[in-house]
Design a protein around this ligand. Sequence first.
Ligand code: ATP
Ligand code: MG
Length: 417
Amino acid sequence: MLSSLRGFKDVLSDEALKWQWVETVTHEVFSAFGFSPIQVPLLEDVRLFHASVGATSDIVEKQMYAFDDLDGKRIGLRPEATASVMRAYIEHNLHTGPVPTKLYYSGPMFRHERPQAGRLRQFHQMGAEVIGVLKPHHDVELLSLLAYLFERLTIRGIVLQINSIGCPVCRPLYRNELLAFLQGYLSKLCENCRRRSRENPLRVLDCKEASCRGIASASPSPLDHLCAECAHHFRAVQEGLSRLNIPFLIQPRLVRGLDYYTKTVFEATSEHLGAQSAVAAGGRYDGLAEALGGAPTPALGFAIGMERLMALLDPTQVPERPLQLFLIPLGSAASKMLSPILYALRKRGMRCEMGDEEASLKSQMKRGDRLSAQYVLIVGNAEIEAGVAQIRNMQNKVQQGCALTDLTNNLLAVLNA
Ligand code: ATP
Ligand code: MG
């Protein structure tokens, strides 16, 4: 028997319906904040991810699904979408449009990680990118969008952690200091971090190993090394958030596992998620456009992990759309009469279903019950002769007559009452 791959998951109806609701709400929120949708491919030239996420990042080095296609071209399944959005921005000259370019996307990402709770190999992200602007109030706007999304989805207990990791002016000084600090702990770092400390010491701060976390917590913070511009920017972000009454926590050692970030970085975490506590993450990436061969273009964005978001969702908050009416035809004459009614009601947006004309009343009633129908309508030869069908309210069990002439409108009146 074949089954799905490890780390790849089916989302079945009930869960998929919750996803749909989340997506509907998010589309509304993104639109209110002035974002337009963008769709980018699942496959890209791997060089895009080398140049953006970073050739020595864990994501590219260890987690990317990269392979040669039938033409011998090296391609990769996207591990994230910011690189693709920026590639599209440059490729299609989107800078010629209104500034900033505010885009959002949603879709699957692929990383060959060790599957565990909160960690899949195909997972989904919904993300936003704001391209072409440098000022701190854009960081605040993006963070306020994120905060409002959680509010709209009534997800409580989210902590917004923010930090600044500086820019190419101040980061080298910090990097050297961190490097010097880590030299003293090389033997205590995990194997990965010993390598990371040579290639990109900031990544040590993102390591999930307990021993490395202990060392990281005593390490110097980028906040103590920010240049005047980065310090001003970070202060302005905090002030802006406070003005909007958006609570945040400064986490002085927060960094991101991707190469392209500068200045503001952030994570939205929840203690209800266990070890994989981040539900969303993002920051500024002012150097990314240049790294991809475009003109220098400041930008920022975030990505929400949909599976983790779904895990935090309170199912009672998701509006249900019950089956409004189950039509029960007893025999073929009834079925022939009801099928245009079913079609007409559906066209009016009613959620309706019809039973099998050959099944008994009892078994059709049972099916209506299993579908949690609010009403059932029963039509057999006797009802056709009398010109009146029976409609039954399944909650209070009250049954009443319903004239067959102009049946669609009669039913609409009952259902909308
Ligand atoms: P983590 O620290 O959990 O590994 P990350 O730093 O790799 O996350 P990003 O690349 O910033 O995460 O992605 C943003 C969000 O996408 C994360 O906060 C998380 O919610 C989600 N995410 C990332 N990787 C996975 C995965 N393998 N499975 C499920 N969700 C994921
Ligand atoms: Mg990760």
